[in-house]
Design a protein around this ligand. Sequence first.
Ligand code: SAH
Ligand code: SF4
Ligand code: F3S
Length: 475
Amino acid sequence: MNNRTVGAIDDTALEEQRRFASLVFDINEAYFSQTGRHRLALTHSYGCQQNVADGEKLNGQLAEMGYGFTDNADEADIIIYNTCAVREHAEDRVYGNLGALKHNKRRKPNMLIGVCGCMTQQEHVAEKIKKSYPYVDMVFGTYAIHKLPEMVYGTLLNRKRVFDLEERQNYITEGLPVRHDGTLKAWLPVMYGCNNFCTYCIVPYVRGRERSRSSETIIAEAKQLVESGFKEIMLLGQNVNSYGNTTPGELSFAELLKRINAIEGDFRIKFMTSHPKDATAELFNAIAQSEKVERHIHLPVQCGSNRILKLMNRGYTAEKYLETIELARQTIKDAAFTSDIIVGFPGETYEDFKETLALLDKVRYDALFTFIYSSRQGTRAAEMEDPVPYKDKTEWFAELLKVQSKIAVEQYQKKIGSVVRVLAEAKGKTEGSLSGKTEHGTTCEFPAHEQLLGSFVNVKVTDAQNWSLVGEIQQ
Ligand code: SAH
Ligand code: SF4
Ligand code: F3S
């Protein structure tokens, strides 16, 4: 194991977990020989790509413990909710779904229920789950995913609830088994945590400080994914542009992109998320020189008012952001941009909001992920005055969507006549067609034989519909 990172959960600790996994495996095998039925697991990840990538590690470990998988909660012998804390809505969904599990547990008292992920890493939430959901057997945080076998073994054997909410701040866990959700697209985390402390955001509190995986490990994993037939690798981090910053001597993210691009094979590289304050000419040059990297940058601006950007602690002004976009446009031919926007940050006025609309008009994003501000306990913004009624915020939100949908239609129209490279990922909405994403991250649908599923095809765009392009394969 490479120990250049701040610290790695050591091999002995992981070996111990493998031992627990094999003990659970034996228990599950014994159950199978008695009943003729394999025990089944259901995991659900509620959050971002990092959270989904964690979910694949939960599944990898569950597979090692001899569990099969199901989507049906009534069939499951173990259910794990891998939660997200980024907005209140995300948390409410978990509470709702957890409430419903009470009946499952009543019908099937031997089943196990676990809750993990970002929500549980907040003390008040962990307390609430412990008290109000007594039928939850395991509550564990974002730092304890590798301890799943031990927790499952303990609860299976002793029927005692287990909690692991310890903050293993500077640690990275390598070597966990991963059960990929698909066969075409793979997540590849390059770093964990965040140091930015945007004032609205809970992520740094629940995910800890920034720590990068070693580039050797990442590159080796990327090679393996390509060899196993994956066609798209999504490099993940809360702020990939600061990759390596906390590890002396480590590659920059731009260099990492180039090295992964140099891996032989027919695949595409994506990455998420780039923080505008750290998006540099070096990064844009690397993208321009790396033909496998998509021509799309997700560069969340959050809002267009300098006053609010400062209160958000984002580390750039609207002008600086626009310069960054301009630099990217000059460096990367035909670059597409998407962004995240928060409406109704504490103290935001309609005047501030109009500056966001003005910025959208200047940048002309292909797509936006839009959110109404949600107060998160423990963050600095949660202490700020928030006088604007929620109803007003929803009206601004609707206005934002209207402005953006007009821009998106225009952006899509501009693509008619061009030839795009699409990874044929799934059957399209129309009979006899396939659909997939272009190098700009846009959905495109085209008539094609199913045999082409999983390959890259060149498509001439003939029409632009709402949120997708339509085209024909170019021979
Ligand atoms: N690290 C990424 C974002 C991770 S969270 C970045 O900095 O871009 C994804 C998005 O959720 C953020 O970009 C932001 O738009 C939104 N978000 C985060 N906290 C929020 C909150 N408290 N209320 C509303 N939206 C929020
Ligand atoms: Fe949250 Fe900001 Fe970190 Fe993104 S960069 S995860 S918004 S604190
Ligand atoms: Fe949610 Fe945690 Fe991701 S809070 S957005 S699952 S890092």
